[in-house]
Design a protein around this ligand. Structure first.
Ligand SMILES: Nc1ncnc2c1ncn2[C@@H]1O[C@H](COP(=O)(O)OP(=O)(O)OP(=O)(O)O)[C@@H](O)[C@H]1O
Length: 257
């Protein structure tokens, strides 16, 4: 099913099935998410994209009546292994949602939050990492004079970049992004896309998007999901220019979904 897999996988998913009660939402998923690449996950509404993303950080376990079979490894470790605390996975894997969700705290405290949870108390170290993270998120110049003001005073696009800075502060292996620009205007969307391009050499990214142009602009590889299955996963240029499956071709050309 999968070609051109020459980069090192960070996540490897094998034979993953997931049921919500009796509803079979993910069917036999085999997929690698490669190190320091952007992997786009595309497909029509309800095909299982968000479910897959939420399985990668075990968020899906919070939903009652979910059953899972198969395996997902993160850097070789089975994430479903009961001896692995979920906090350990969450410390390596950040998540950005469709709607920006800053904490009701200052801009500074939003970025410092995860660091403090990890026990960092040194003020100059906190200051340095907060600044670096906001710089990486291309937000520093816009907020450096209002660091101690509420994050809620930022625009939606700035809040989303703040949420990405909050992830970057704890130096994650992976950031999962679930339609991170769908609530943003085109200018803010462009800024988030530029940000993704600028951080992808440091962090692995998996992004769910409904926007085909976005997938083709920012991702290295693309996985096409349909009805809970992966139809095809390949280099993004191949998926968009020369897909193997006619269903992929129909979807990316807007014939359904
Ligand atoms: N908490 C839940 N309980 C029961 N069924 C669910 C739950 N969450 C999702 N589903 C079902 O699982 C299937 C996959 O949903 P999912 O949200 O993963 O799709 P998606 O591809 O992300 O859709 P969208 O693009 O609309 O966000 C759908 O049929 C959905 O109704």
């Amino acid at each position: 099913m999968e070609n051109s897999n020459w980069k090192k996988p960070v996540y490897e998913t094998n034979g993953l099935n997931l049921w919500y009660g009796s509803s079979h939402a993910l069917k036999n998923i085999d997929l690698s998410i490669n190190e320091k690449e952007v992997t786009a996950i595309i497909g029509p509404s309800g095909c299982g994209k968000s479910t897959y993303l939420k399985t990668l950080n075990r968020m899906v376990e919070l939903i009652p009546d979910v059953n899972i079979s198969g395996s997902i490894t993160l850097k070789g470790e089975n994430i479903f292994d009961k001896s692995i605390p979920v906090e350990m996975i969450r410390s390596k894997v950040g998540m950005v949602f469709q709607k920006p969700n800053p904490f009701p705290k200052s801009i500074y405290e939003n970025v410092a939050f995860g660091l403090k949870i990890h026990g960092i108390r040194n003020k100059s170290l906190l200051d340095r990492i907060v600044e670096e993270s906001l710089q990486k998120a291309a937000l520093w110049d816009e907020v450096k004079d209002r660091l101690h003001k509420s994050a809620y005073g930022l625009s939606g696009g700035q809040q989303q970049r703040l949420c990405i800075a909050r992830c970057l502060a704890v130096d994650p292996e992976v950031i999962l992004m679930d339609e991170p620009t769908s609530a943003l205007d085109p200018v803010s969307t462009h800024k988030v896309e530029e940000l993704i391009n600028s951080i992808k050499n440091d962090v692995t990214i998996a992004i769910v998007t409904h926007n085909m142009q976005q997938a083709s602009r920012i991702s290295d590889r693309t996985a096409f999901f349909l009805n809970g299955e992966i139809i095809e996963c390949d280099q993004t240029t191949t998926i968009f220019n020369n897909p193997s499956d006619p269903l992929t071709n129909d979807y990316i050309n807007g014939r359904f979904g």
